[in-house]
Unconditional design. Structure first.
Length: 412
């Protein structure tokens, strides 16, 4: 079947459809990080003391933990999986409107005014990127032709469930952390219910500012170190109330606070479900190669300096690179389908074979690209000539070329 080439004119139309670089949602991560920094910098939470004890954690602390974990996850998703921020950006905006006190805590309330601005920035870039990718697909579809199937089935490693396993492990770790936090909270409540209050003298502060040394008759002359949210609330030489239950003791004004463990548990759960969702999306994109006909387009490709593959228009090698794609080589003439995944194991690769494969790859210029190209696409390719062929399977999603990739690689 004759595969059409990607002419410079068609490539130029496709390139103009690409979203501008300022519309990269990852840039908005700077704004969200600035909001977090300002919330921390303007926080004026007073230290706990007998005169002003810390409140017993309740639903408001749970909401604060969820917002805190969601904010950090949102920043990570903006840089890693921008599509996730279609969901998290409205959630954060709604949280700031419905629970402003929990959102800012004891920080400056004017920081809330920055949240809508950051949300508009993020959602605006997401929309521009979505429109640009749709136009890229439309431009590529007018040139590509459909072929019945890939020249070779994808090898097993293309579907290795590494992210799925890691995601499930993160979710299980989240449940373990949550169970530990609940157990610690219940243990503290049980001890506090049985404890007797004693008056102790503060004799020292530890250097970290989160531990005070107190002394009362029972622990002896050296005293005992107890955790505190802020040691400045317990001046050296002052007296404070300590709850004692046999060998257990804590400051009466410092109830156990599991918000840190709650935030960690929430963060692990978000990480786990992100990895699982990313793996599911990856498999859905791979499934497009086996559900029926596959779009195909003839291009010129060559390896980049760091092991990726650069895609150029086939008609003119002077054209700059259009895409940078992560692909791995599988030679169908040397391996059958059952063993196709063996050469994915880098530890067992023969250096001489690697050198020959790299030399072989560098000799090729014309290739067939399978799949409609756009920023974020999953693509495969086949380099062929009269003697042999090399099949390149997806290892990662396509993305815009780097600045140094925009020059032609005609020397290869």
């Amino acid at each position: 079947m004759l595969i059409p080439g990607w002419s410079p004119a068609a490539a130029s139309t496709w390139r103009r459809a690409r979203p501008p670089r300022w519309a990269d949602p990852r840039f908005s991560a700077v704004g969200w990080a600035l909001i977090l920094v300002l919330l921390v910098a303007t926080d004026v939470t007073p230290p706990c003391s007998d005169a002003a004890p810390c409140p017993r954690p309740g639903a408001d602390v749970l909401v604060e933990s969820l917002i805190f974990a969601l904010a950090f996850a949102h920043i990570a998703w903006v840089g890693w999986l921008p599509a996730m921020t279609w969901v998290t950006t409205p959630l954060i905006l709604v949280s700031a409107v419905l629970w402003p006190d929990e959102f800012v805590g004891n920080s400056a309330r004017w920081v809330l005014a920055l949240v809508p601005l950051a949300a508009v920035w993020t959602l605006g870039t997401l929309f521009v990127r979505h429109v640009g990718r749709r136009r890229q697909l439309e431009a590529a579809a007018t040139v590509a032709t459909a072929v019945p199937a890939l020249p070779k089935p994808l090898p097993p490693r293309a579907r290795w469930p590494l992210r799925l396993v890691a995601g499930c492990a993160a979710v299980l770790a989240s449940l373990a952390v949550l169970a530990y936090a609940v157990q610690q909270h219940q243990s503290d409540a049980d001890h506090a219910r049985r404890a007797r209050p004693v008056t102790a003298t503060v004799v020292a502060h530890k250097d970290d500012g989160f531990v005070v040394r107190v002394r009362w008759p029972q622990p002896g002359p050296d005293g005992r170190d107890l955790e505190a949210w802020d040691a400045t609330g317990y001046p050296v030489g002052s007296t404070t109330t300590v709850l004692v239950d046999e060998t257990w003791a804590r400051l009466a004004a410092e109830p156990y606070d599991a918000s840190g463990w709650g935030a960690l548990s929430t963060g692990l759960a978000l990480l786990g479900f992100t990895l699982i969702g990313d793996e599911v999306a990856w498999r859905r994109q791979l499934a497009a190669f086996v559900r029926g006909s596959v779009p195909a387009l003839r291009v010129w490709i060559c390896p980049s300096d760091d092991g990726d593959v650069l895609v150029f228009p086939s008609a003119d090698r002077a054209e700059p690179a259009l895409l940078r794609v992560s692909l791995d080589a599988v030679n169908p003439d040397e391996e059958d389908d059952e063993n196709a995944g063996d050469e994915w194991d880098d530890d067992e690769d023969d250096p001489e074979e690697d050198e020959e494969s790299e030399e072989y790859f560098n000799q090729r210029d014309s290739a067939v690209l399978y799949g409609l190209p756009y920023d974020g696409a999953v693509l495969a390719a086949q380099i062929d000539d009269d003697e042999d062929e090399l099949f390149l399977v997806p290892h990662g999603r396509a993305r815009p070329p780097k600045a140094r990739d925009r020059r032609a690689r005609s020397e290869r």
